[in-house]
Write a protein of this length. Structure first.
Lengths: 281, 317
């Protein structure tokens, strides 16, 4: 059980690269959501570079696992991971939020290879993932559907409609990844509209609950993803304990960086803090 | 009235789905605890593996349908028109229309003839809020025959659509089961040169009745069945405006934003002629018998006749 030290280093390197892309693309656009992209960076890295069965050369491969980013404002982390995986040239990241560009402010399935579903209006991606899981079951595929939701997003009623349906239909091919970074636009999630006890809520909706898991420790993330696949007869949620703005000291745990781009000075400081990869990938 | 054949479009909908289920293995049907009323239960009985009840949760209904469609399924999602269009509007916009997914929203209990349940259950704004959405096809069949043909054509059409059906059994206006119905192409059901009545849904029958009454007083009204509100058959509408010089629109819907508004928009821009709209006058409905409600809120053949005379007066000025 567990990933090798070498694999861990490799994933950490990849996550560093993805964090650099996030900062660079948002900085260049002077618009975007760094906080929730950085909190999700390690989990998304483990999905694309460890866990998921996918082929960047065949984005429509019928036997692929699927990822849906229900918290669509974290699009930069998805774009960065997809480009690093080879779905499209890394150079495209420069077009984030630019008129005429493919990389919309929130994910658009029609314009970017690898984007499984259009999201952005919070609470909707989980329902879509339930539909994908039902379809995979109908088609007798052993694929998994991974859906990342936010903790602020969990205040949407539709999340719980979808949670109830997934529990009812016993969708054990569905894995939800909760990016529990404790912050939303107006401040602390628990202050704005508390969601605790969040694990009990999912248990009550007939889900298998894993966690809390350190959402920034590669070995812990990979272990949790591995065990999520083994539960039969129930959907699984992994509650990832994360830090909003993770990797950039002045963005960490700062609600103000939910949807604010860093200026030139902040950008160079952020990139310095994230550092470079130890080896070229 | 008694010799007329009365069929509820929702009954035909359920049967048509079951019929198509045999031909299309990728056809899936979803409902939100109203399958007995929307008649999707007929499909559900036949194909339990491909039928998904989402319970009383319309937002999830649409989202799950989108996920199935994103996985290559042809997803039909049904509930009452108020809930389908209103409760799940943003889900339809963000998870179906914008990503151009193959979800067909077939809503029953449209209009004031939903009757006794009252204003909360009478969809009178759905055509407006569905047609404003890019990528959306909006169809309001006039009878059971059109309903069947519309569903048959939709199953082959890629992309989102909204179909509005009724609760009541209503007269069948097409004698031929395979009438000339094509999504996006209006039908001229009655020739006339003095003015044109453009209607959809159950108001098509009222429009034909009105044309008969008008004929008795020497007025020749053309009757157009505008079953597809979007994409709009602009050519047919403009031809009617040019050739007859006055229009009456008739819909079981608010006069704001629906068929009347769609017609007025194109006529205003391209060929201004008098337009008089028959429909709900920016007001909520109430409980009552369907026929009494249509009468009270001004959506009968007699109301169309009055509107026609008003339009003719304006035309001659």
């Amino acid at each position: 059980m567990g990933i090798s030290v070498e694999k861990q280093k490799q994933l950490e390197d990849k996550a560093r690269l993805i964090r650099r892309h996030i900062i660079e693309m948002i900085s260049l656009a002077q618009s975007g959501h760094p906080g929730g992209s950085l909190s999700a960076a390690d989990i998304v890295t483990c999905l694309y570079f460890y866990k998921m069965r996918h082929d960047p050369k065949r984005p429509a491969w019928p036997d692929r696992d699927k990822f849906v980013l229900s918290k669509g404002h974290a699009a930069p982390v998805w774009y960065a991971a997809l480009s690093e995986a080879g779905y499209f040239p890394v150079d495209y990241l420069k077009t984030l939020r630019q008129i005429g560009g493919a990389l919309q402010g929130h994910p658009d399935r029609l314009s970017v290879p690898g984007i499984e579903m259009t999201t952005g209006s919070l609470g909707q991606g989980l329902s879509v993932s339930v539909g994908m899981a039902l379809a995979a079951r109908l088609d007798k595929k052993d694929t998994k559907i991974y859906c990342m939701i936010g903790d602020g997003e969990s205040q949407e009623g539709q999340i719980w409609e979808a949670a109830m349906a997934a529990g009812h239909y016993k969708l054990d091919n569905l894995v939800v990844l909760l990016d529990h970074n404790k912050l939303q636009i107006d401040g602390l999630v628990e202050g704005v509209m508390g969601i605790e006890p969040v694990a009990d809520k999912w248990k009550a909706f007939r889900w298998n609950v894993i966690g809390p898991v350190d959402g920034h420790a590669m070995h812990a993330i990979c272990d949790a993803l591995d065990s999520a696949g083994k539960i039969k007869g129930k959907p699984t949620i992994i509650i990832f304990d994360t830090t909003k703005g993770r990797g950039v000291s002045f963005m960490e745990n700062v609600a103000g960086f939910h949807g604010k781009a860093p200026n030139a000075e902040e950008t160079s400081k952020a990139l310095q803090e994230i550092g470079h990869c130890q080896k070229k990938n | 009235m008694s010799e007329e054949k009365l069929i509820a479009s929702r009954d035909v909908y359920g049967k048509t789905l079951a019929e198509l289920g045999k031909v299309y293995p990728d056809l899936v049907v979803l409902d939100a605890d109203l399958s007995q009323s929307t008649k999707t239960c007929v499909f559900g009985k036949e194909f339990p593996d491909r039928f998904f009840n989402m319970g009383v949760a319309e937002q999830n209904l649409i989202g799950v349908a989108a996920g199935l469609a994103a996985s290559g399924k042809i997803a039909f999602a049904s509930t009452f028109a108020v809930f389908a269009s209103g409760r799940a509007w943003d889900q339809i916009r963000a998870s179906v229309a914008y990503p151009h997914l193959n979800v067909k929203i077939v809503a029953t209990h449209g209009g004031i003839t939903t009757g006794e349940d009252g204003a909360t259950h009478q969809a009178l704004e759905d055509i407006a809020i569905m047609r404003v959405m890019p990528n959306m096809t909006v169809i309001v069949p006039a009878d059971a025959v059109e309903t069947r043909l519309a569903i048959h054509q939709l199953v082959k059409m890629d992309g989102p659509a909204y179909v509005r059906l009724n609760r009541l059994a209503v007269p069948v206006i097409h004698e031929n089961e395979n009438c000339d119905f094509e999504i996006g192409r209006a039908q001229t059901l009655h020739a006339g040169s003095d003015l044109t009545i453009i209607a959809c849904g159950i108001m098509v029958k009222a429009a034909l009745d009105a044309a008969k009454i008008l004929k008795a007083s020497g007025i020749l009204a053309r009757v157009i069945n505008l079953h597809t509100i979007k994409p709009l058959d602009v050519k047919c509408i403009l031809l009617a405006a040019q050739e007859t010089g006055a229009l009456v629109t008739a819909e079981e819907h608010s006069i704001i934003g629906g068929l009347g508004a769609a017609v007025a928009e194109v006529v205003c821009e391209n060929c201004p002629v008098p337009v008089v709209r028959v429909g709900m006058k920016d007001i909520f409905g109430e409980s009552g018998k369907p026929a009494a409600l249509l009468e009270k809120y001004g959506m009968t053949a007699a109301d169309i006749v009055t509107a026609a005379k008003t339009a003719l007066k304006r035309k001659s000025k």
